[in-house]
Design a protein around this ligand. Structure first.
Ligand code: ADP
Length: 660
């Protein structure tokens, strides 16, 4: 089969187009062809013969292109076994040092035998090329997977990292340093097993003093000691693991800046940001892997004993669908009440069946059943009929009644002791939008941090009459428009960078990027799936329709709540809503990164608290929609006038009472 497929791929002008799956005949024809057309580029030959053994191979499709080599699918015509073949034309390695590099790669790689290292089968050369036959990894590399997925979920990262560490441990035990660990060098087999590959920059481990100070070639994730020309040790491979883990979870490398000089400075100082969207265990592990001093980084064995691995779910296997879409781990998570309840409702008393789905990562046959479950869940999330009603009967989500009425109500209470009359709310991860508060513990801790910062400021800030001088607002992201349609679907908002978000009543969240094409879906904090509006997974069609509807409505009908706009981030929504809450006087919104915004209805003033460059900043938008931004530390020492203080107090009270 495989052979027929490969041969069928030959271009029409190929002299082998009459080639049949007969190894002997193929070889003869190919030899004849090479003789007849000796001027033809040698690497175009479809059938390749190992001169030493006489074995014939058929070259198939291109798998990728490397520095010296092009990589092809290649089939052994006598066994039909398929390899990934690196083919290097002699002309590309004509200089002695280039040839030495290839020879060194072959020497190092050919003796390695490990489940998580790309297997080296054979190498040979003819007069045109060098051929290296490797284990074929049909699902390409983690770089390809991340490109399709944008970010990976923590359980997936555990799954891949465990295998990388296992392969790397074996390499280090053989006293080999890889020196270029990156997503593109982690190959993935048909059965989703990870294999470390590409030994182009690998080297034998030398004692610290004897190490070469430079590497010929540029590793992707340079460590501080390699940049400082102190040589590459096992710890430098561990540093690269930290970069890999970071990139998988956040979709961008840790030391990415707009210029190389700045990137190098950040690497030398081991300075990188760790968003609060990551679990605390993930943050701790990344911080230790990316320790500035090599000796402070953990040993490979210790990495696997870290809380990140021991306290979180680690799938034994991943379904192949993970190459392009996020797995539904929350089906098996006890905390995910919505999906759990929906599954239970679907299967009634058949608990065994629900439990069966808990092991979904173990078996591939079940993927089909899971698909059915998801399809049914979709009906529970938002029924087709409801969606149809929303789009067909021309009803627009009205900015809630309170908002209109509130404009005429009196101002704020004058002391912090006034009670807050809560009206309605919603939280990520909770399927409640009314009286019952079922917030996620992570949302709780984000809220607690913000509350303690605000409280600390209010308790120590002197009273003054004048508003202090503000600083620039940086690239502040805040909510410029919002719509409460929680009586039916959820709460929608538009950010100053034009990203639109909806926190649905079922506790899930969707962001529509400014390109209006990319959707980020969160069922809980930090666990994201990405897809395009042109290719929406079936179970999300209803929610995406509502999301687009909210976006359209706000675009067409609402005015920006101030004139501060920020740059659009085309890759990732930096902010997504964790919790919103409305009292009779104000709307409060709390975001994943701790950004906290309160809009007061009666005079349209707003307070936005956020962190920028690890410093808390407070922005106040006044009745005239004019904004002033202050460092919280400056407010703390210089003080602020009573009207701003009052709003800060009221905001703090809303935060404290959000679960009452
Ligand atoms: P480089 O060293 O520049 O990364 P390689 O020659 O190792 O280049 O690989 C080039 C490309 O070929 C890779 O990016 C990948 O797409 C593909 N490739 C390499 N090895 C394999 C393999 N074992 N299985 C499948 N594809 C592979």
């Amino acid at each position: 089969m495989e052979l027929l497929r490969n041969i069928a791929q030959q271009p029409a002008n190929s002299s082998n187009k009459t080639c049949e799956p007969n190894p002997q005949r193929s070889c003869e024809m190919q030899r004849k062809k090479t003789e007849d057309h000796s001027h033809a580029p040698a690497e175009m030959a479809r059938i390749v013969t190992d001169p030493a053994t006489g074995k014939c191979y058929c070259r198939g499709k291109v798998l990728g292109k490397g520095g010296f080599a092009k990589c092809y699918e290649m089939t052994d015509l006598s066994t039909s076994k398929v390899y990934a073949a690196k083919i290097i034309p002699h002309t590309r390695v004509s200089k002695p040092h280039q040839r030495e590099k290839i020879d060194r790669e072959i020497e190092l790689h050919r003796v390695l035998h490990h489940k998580h290292i790309v297997h080296f089968y054979h190498h040979f050369e003819d007069k045109d090329n060098i051929y290296i036959l490797l284990e074929y990894c049909s699902r390409r590399s983690l770089a390809h997977i991340l490109k399709a997925r944008k970010v990976l979920m923590e359980p997936e990262v555990r799954y891949y990292l465990r295998q990388i560490v296992s392969g790397l441990k074996y390499l280090h035990e053989q006293e080999i340093l890889h020196r270029d660990l990156k997503l593109g060098n982690f190959f993935v087999s048909e059965s989703m097993e990870l294999k470390v590959g590409d030994f182009g920059l690998a080297a034998k481990l030398e004692p610290a003093g004897d190490r070469k100070k430079t590497i010929c070639g540029t590793p992707n994730y340079l460590s501080p000691e390699v940049l400082n020309k102190q040589g590459h040790g096992c710890e430098s491979d561990v540093w690269a693991l930290g970069c890999v883990m970071y990139t998988m979870l956040l979709g961008r490398p840790p030391f990415e800046t707009t210029n190389l000089k700045e990137t190098y400075r950040c690497i030398r100082e081991a300075r990188f940001s760790l968003p609060s969207t990551l679990s605390s265990q993930a943050r701790q592990l990344i911080s230790s892997l990316l320790a500035k001093t090599p000796e402070d980084r953990p040993l490979l064995d210790h990495i696997l004993r870290h809380d990140f691995f021991t306290q979180g779910f680690m799938p034994e296997r991943l379904p192949a669908s993970c190459c392009h879409s996020a797995p539904d781990f929350h089906v098996s998570s006890p905390a995910k009440s919505f999906f759990k309840k929906a599954a239970a409702a679907l299967f009634g008393g058949r608990r065994d069946k629900v439990k069966y789905y808990d092991t979904l990562n173990k078996l591939t046959k079940e993927e089909e059943d899971i698909y059915k479950l998801r399809r049914d869940l979709k009906k529970t999330v938002i029924t087709q009929q409801q969606t149809k009603q929303l789009t067909e009967d021309g009803r627009t989500p009205s900015p809630s009644a309170e908002r209109a009425v509130a404009a005429s109500t009196e101002g704020l209470p004058s002391t912090t002791r006034d009670t807050i009359r809560l009206i309605v709310r919603g939280s990520l991860g909770s399927c409640s939008s009314s009286s019952e508060c079922l917030e996620d513990s992570t949302t709780g801790s984000v809220a607690e941090t913000v509350a303690s910062v605000l409280r600390g400021c209010l308790e120590n800030m002197p009273k003054v009459d004048d508003i202090p001088k503000g600083t620039g607002c940086g690239n502040l992201q805040w909510v410029t428009k919002w719509v409460d349609y929680s009586n039916k679907y959820g709460f929608g908002y538009q950010l100053s960078d034009h990203i639109v978000g909806v926190l649905f009543n079922n506790g899930t969240h969707m962001s529509l990027l400014a390109d209006k094409k990319t959707v980020h879906y969160y069922a809980e904090l930090g666990q994201c799936s990405v897809f395009y509006t042109s290719d929406v997974p079936e179970q999300f069609v209803g929610q995406v329709t509502v999301l687009k509807y909210f976006a359209h409505y706000m675009e067409e009908n609402l005015m920006d709540g101030g004139d501060l706009l920020s740059q659009a981030d085309t890759h990732m929504p930096r902010l997504y809503l964790l919790q919103w809450l409305k009292s009779d006087r104000a709307l409060m919104m709390l975001f994943n990164d701790g950004t906290f915004q309160v809009n007061f209805y009666h005079d349209h003033t707003k307070i936005i608290l956020c962190t920028q460059k690890e410093e808390y900043m407070l922005t106040y938008i006044n009745e005239e929609r004019v904004s002033s931004t202050f460092r919280l530390s400056s407010l703390l020492s210089a003080g602020c006038p009573a009207d701003l203080r009052q709003r800060m107090e009221y905001s703090l009270n809303m935060l404290l009472q959000r679960c009452n």
